[in-house]
Design a protein around this ligand. Sequence first.
Ligand SMILES: [Zn+2]
Length: 196
Amino acid sequence: MEGWLNFFRFFEHQSVTPVDDLIYSVHSGVIKITDLVLKQYGQLPHEGLVFWAGNISENIFNITHVIAPETESSEGRVTVPHSSIYHVVKALSNNKVIHIGQIHTHPGNWVDHSRGDDEWAPFKRPGLISLVVPNYCSSGMLPLKKNGIHRYQENQFIGLSNKYIRRHFIVVEGEAHFTDLRDKENIRWKQLSGTD
Ligand SMILES: [Zn+2]
C-alpha cells in the first residue's frame, strides 16, 4: 500500500521540463520590491502575495511591474478578495501592462502548490506563472530556482523543473514600477509601521 502511495506522490510532485522557447526576463527592481513586500508580510508573520506584470514581445515576457493587492492573510494563508481584483485589473489597464504572474510565500521549505493555491489562484490563464517563495522570503527570492515555479497550462498548474528555470528565467538590470494597493489603515500595516 505504502509503495502505491509513494508512486502517486511521485507524480503529484513531479516537475516537468516543457519544450518551448519562452523567456521570462525579470527586472532586478521587480525582485527587490517583491522581496521587500513579502518580507513585510513575513514580519507579521503572514503569507504574502504580489502580482507581476509587464509585456510580451514575441517569445519574451518582460516583467517590469509589481502590484501589491489588498489581501486577507494569516500565518498559513493569503487570499485576494474579489474587490481587490477589480483594483488590480484597473492598475494593469492604467499602466498598459498585462498580468504575468503571482508570487506568494509559504511559512516553511515546502514550495509546491497546495490544493488551495490551485483553486484560489485569481487569474487562471494559460501561461500564467506562479512562484512560491519559501520561509516567508526571509532570505530573499534569489536564486530563482530556490522557489517553486509553476505554470498554468492545460487547465492545471504544473511545476517547472530546475533545468527549465535555469534556462528560461533571467534577471536583468532594470527598474520596476510599483503599485501598492494595500490598505495602509489596516491593522496589519499599522502595527508594522508602529502607528498603532
Ligand atoms: Zn500556497
